[in-house]
Design a protein around this ligand. Structure first.
Ligand code: XMP
Length: 320
């Protein structure tokens, strides 16, 4: 059982001191590595890890090809300003190859997990001589995985998987007692700028969690473009998270007076505190109409845009 530390009882100063101490003791004079995705959790772990380990920690950004537009450069830029060097590792081919032909959500997650931890990371760890991977698993990830709702890509021990045996390195998870609100407080206390600690959550499997059906380079491009529109138009609505989802079903539409059997984008925008439950943001119809018009204009092949009005549960925040 993991003891939860709620945002209310969290004393960030004490928490950071304790975790820094623990990380130092665990790693000793060895080398650790961590993957930054630019999300709140991994950004906070990167700050915490560098506070504890300094040069003993190597931080990489895995360009898996599933990221949002311009994300690797943007995130590396943020951290460079904070004095932390990020290496961008290009692994796009490996991930696309692993996802080829897979449509089942859990199989997709498993393919991403194996590619990340075994193939890409396994190689990095071997080359660098690191014995530890520092990662930003939070309690919500564990809860949902254990409950069998979604296999979060970063949860192992709770599923009885020993990372040392499976991948050849140990995993350190300093945020595992926290939920999103607590992570944000910790990130802020560690000196992360607001544009990082206040970022909307973004899932580990990245845009692959937002493509129903097969993940291909073309479909990634579609959802990436729609994501840009949605993020641009909904960033000032005070929502917890917002996203574009590419559906697998096609529908008949028309373009320039001709039939166009096109693709569908579903927009989701959530109000939530900690992602355990959520409800759709009550966006005005005006905003929804503009959103649809922009998506149709900027994303080739889309003939239908819908807005999700279901709560979590029974829905989940991401679609896959
Ligand atoms: P769900 O979709 O499970 O998401 O309601 C809860 C929160 O966790 C974020 N998140 C993930 N979701 N797989 C997911 O499905 C992941 O690996 C993952 N990592 C983070 C999600 O964006 C939402 O905020």
């Amino acid at each position: 059982m993991i003891r939860e530390i709620s945002a209310k009882e969290l004393d960030t100063k004490k928490f950071i001191e304790e975790k820094v101490k623990e990380i130092k003791i665990t790693v000793g004079d060895g080398i650790a590595i961590n993957a930054l995705s630019g999300g709140v959790d991994s950004s906070t772990v990167t700050m915490l890890g560098h506070k504890a380990l300094g040069k003993q920690l190597r931080t990489v950004f895995i360009q898996n090809g599933l990221m949002r537009e311009g994300e690797p450069e943007k995130v590396a830029g943020f951290f460079r300003k904070l004095g932390i060097d990020i290496e961008i590792i290009d692994a796009q081919k490996e991930f696309l190859a692993a996802l080829k032909g897979i449509t089942d959500p859990e199989e997709k997650r498993e393919a991403i997990t194996q590619t990340f931890y075994k193939k890409v990371f396994g190689k990095l760890v071997k080359e660098s001589g690191a014995k530890f991977l520092l990662q930003g698993t939070i309690l919500t990830d564990v809860d949902e995985t254990v409950a069998g709702i979604k296999r979060q890509h970063n949860v192992f021990a709770q599923l009885g998987i020993d990372p040392q045996k499976a991948f050849g390195y140990q995993i350190i998870e300093p945020l595992i007692q926290l939920r999103k609100d607590g992570v944000r407080m910790t990130g802020k206390a560690l000196g992360l700028p607001e544009e990082l600690f206040a970022r909307i959550p973004f899932p580990g499997p990245a845009l692959a969690a937002r493509i129903i059906g097969e993940v291909t380079a073309g479909r990634l491009e579609t959802v990436r473009k729609a994501t840009m529109v949605v993020e641009r138009m909904l960033s000032d609505k005070g929502a917890f998270q917002y996203m574009a989802i590419l559906h697998e079903d096609r529908v008949t539409g028309m373009r320039n007076g001709k039939r166009d059997f096109g693709q569908q984008i579903e927009v989701r925008c959530w109000d939530s505190i900690d992602a355990r439950t959520a409800s759709p943001t009550r966006l005005s119809f005006d905003i929804l109409e503009k959103l649809a018009a922009e998506i149709i204009k900027e994303v080739p092949g889309i003939v239908s845009v819908t807005y999700n009005i279901t709560t979590k549960p029974p829905s989940t925040i991401e679609a896959v």
